[in-house]
Design a protein around this ligand. Structure first.
Ligand code: SF4
Length: 376
């Protein structure tokens, strides 16, 4: 059902020098295992020969891919090109920690074909960085962004977090304004989420600090959107902003519109047709499987048409372009307008969605409540 869509390739680098206090992603701090991991990754690539159409995106995420040397990253891309077809203007992104970036590393990774960098700045406030347990400083955030520009990165994204205890609207605004000084092509602004098993999640449960109440979260969301739209950015997904349509993330779009994607590395998820599968969330168990010649898949889920339809609704209403009703009918065998006419009319009256021709789109107020909208 998604055979016409172009797939993306995700590669999970499961290493971090230290764990941030809010992080729930899989990564290990045993950096000495990088060479073993790379051998395993190259074996895993071979297990998917001819299984996907040519990729137009490669996203090297993690974890902290910027811990790898430029030579190791080059080998990953060489092996990816050997095992898969990458179209000639593929978007090739690396996630990076500001502490790892210097001009010569950045120039080397540009030379091997990485054309987009996403830097995990998170905040330009030292206190907020300390609270989050980030290993970089504000000074390093500045210098990493400047060095990326000097190294020739013309497609740069910054990740930022709001709703950090101790932060107020004023300091968040300062972080946003500071980010705008660099005119990044892309900004991701996430609200801090406290996952139960993380150190911050545990401290929060013990009552050591509080987080913004819902009304304040909404205010952060709205003010962020206003400030960035005034600065010329398109708020194209609940948490994502682009300086022009050409700078929206081609790769992330695949997660939102049911395009196929192949995820390699421990804990990586993949999606194709109506199947989703995910890899073992442990480097040792991942390597044990690939060395036995088996795909390191933890589990697979076959999605029913009903599940796909609900996901498409949930994801579509988190994007500015919303849902194309005819396309939705064709793909998910469901006439949204005919079947849900009553509730859609109510949401239009409440100013949460609008219907423009064939397109069902969230309004600005609806965007802020996107998770609830998807319950229609
Ligand atoms: S650097 Fe990223 S992946 Fe690593 S611990 Fe911090 S947030 Fe998690």
């Amino acid at each position: 059902m998604n055979s016409e869509k172009i797939p993306g390739l995700y590669i999970h680098i499961p290493f971090c020098l230290s764990k941030c206090l809010y992080c729930d992603f899989y990564s290990s701090t045993s950096i000495s295992a990088v060479p073993d991991f790379l051998n395993g990754l190259f074996k895993e690539m071979e297990m998917y020969l001819n299984q996907f159409n040519p990729f137009d995106t490669v996203y090297i995420g993690g974890g902290t891919p910027s811990l790898l040397s430029s030579k190791q990253l080059e080998n990953i891309l060489i092996k990816a090109r050997k095992n898969f077809d990458l179209i000639s203007d593929a978007e090739i992104t690396i996630e990076a920690n500001p502490a790892d970036l210097n001009r010569s590393f950045l120039e080397s990774i540009r030379e091997i074909g990485i054309n987009r960098i996403n830097i995990g700045v998170q905040s330009f406030d030292e206190k907020a960085l300390n609270f989050l347990g980030r290993r970089h400083s504000v000074r390093q955030a500045f210098s990493s962004v400047e060095a990326s520009r000097k190294a020739g990165f013309k497609n740069m994204g910054l990740d930022l977090i709001y709703g950090i205890p101790g932060q107020d609207m004023e300091s968040w605004r300062d972080t946003l304004k500071q980010a705008l000084v660099f005119s990044p092509e892309h900004l991701s602004c996430y609200q801090l989420t406290l996952e139960a098993k993380t150190p911050l999640g545990i401290r929060h449960r013990k009552g050591e600090f509080s987080v913004p109440v819902e009304a304040l979260q909404l205010e952060y969301f709205t003010k962020t959107s206003e400030l960035l739209e005034d600065a010329g950015y398109i708020h194209y997904e609940v948490s994502n902003f682009a300086r022009g349509h050409e700078h929206t993330s081609r790769h992330n779009q695949k997660y939102w519109d049911h395009s196929p994607f192949l995820g390699l590395g421990p804990s990586a998820h993949s999606f194709q047709g109506n199947q989703r599968w995910w890899n073992r969330r442990s480097l040792d168990r991942y390597l044990a499987a690939v060395h036995e010649g088996k795909r390191p898949v933890e589990d697979t889920e076959i999605l029913t048409m009903e599940q796909l339809r609900l996901e498409a609704l949930y994801l579509g209403l988190r994007t500015k372009k919303g849902i194309a009703l005819e396309d939705f009918k064709t793909r998910y065998h469901f006439d949204l307008f005919a079947e849900k006419k009553e509730i859609l009319t109510k949401l239009v009256e409440e100013g949460l969605i609008s219907i423009r021709g064939d397109q069902l789109v969230p309004t600005q107020s609806g965007f802020a409540l996107a998770d609830r909208l998807s319950l229609i």
